[in-house]
Design a protein around this ligand. Structure first.
Ligand code: CA
Length: 231
């Protein structure tokens, strides 16, 4: 069931719209001012927004602009007056369609159906490229598929082992892991070298991440091991 958010301060219109839309089988929520509308648009994640232009608290154009920062949800603007500049501004801000009040409900319903049918760019992109397995901690992103690490978009060059160790620790973010566990899982059971190798590689990572970017990624837990604790 598609969810439609109505942002409209004229109660009679809002109630009428809500009844009609519910009758059509949509799940409906309403907001009576721009600020509440924006908040609901971002928290409820509707499939479509009907947005009046003249609103208290925050104008419809402003609501539209801010929603567009976060989402490509279809927006149909309602405007009481036949004001071309408002419409143009609304469309510039990313509204998909507009209707001038008073409108025929059948026409609005038809436009809602059309807007809901249109594939959404972001959703389509997400479907085409499933959310990658990238691990994130604040500005630090590790992509195990591409074998890349970036901090705030800046590439961080790591050796294979450094990468594996960081991957291992980031996967267990917030959980303490022992040196033995790291040694077994990252270096392998057949590793016969110095057990200090874990400490050495943690130092390498701290040098390449903490020292370079002024952050604290891997913390030492005395006589136990390490924890990746950067958020
Ligand atoms: Ca209004």
């Amino acid at each position: 069931m598609s969810r439609i958010l109505i942002v409209e301060d004229e109660r009679k219109i809002a109630r009428y719209l809500a009844l009609e839309l519910e009758h059509e089988g949509y799940e409906v929520d309403s907001a009576g001012d721009g600020r509440t509308g924006l908040e609901r648009a971002l928290s409820w994640d509707p499939d479509l927004i009907i947005l009046d232009l003249m609103l208290p608290e925050l104008s419809g154009v402003e609501v539209c602009r801010r929603v567009r920062h976060e989402s490509d949800v279809p927006i149909i603007m309602l405007t009481a007056k036949d004001d071309v500049s408002d419409k143009v501004m609304g469309l510039d801000m990313g509204a998909d369609d507009y209707m001038t009040k008073p409108f025929a409900i059948e026409e609005l319903l038809a436009r809602i159906r059309a807007a809901l049918r249109k594939p959404r760019a972001k959703a389509a992109a997400a479907a085409a490229e499933p959310e990658s397995a990238a691990l994130r901690a604040g500005d630090l992103v590790l992509d195990p598929e591409r074998y890349t690490v970036t901090f705030a978009g800046e590439p961080v060059a790591l050796t294979k082992k450094e990468f594996d160790l960081l991957h291992y620790l980031m996967e267990r973010k917030g959980k303490a892991v022992t040196r033995d566990a790291i040694l077994n899982d990252v270096w392998g059971y057949d590793y016969t070298g110095d057990t200090n190798v874990v400490d050495v590689y943690v130092r390498y990572l701290r040098h390449k991440l903490d020292d370079r970017f002024g952050i604290r990624t891997i913390q030492t837990i005395r006589s136990v091991g390490y924890v990746f604790s950067y958020e």
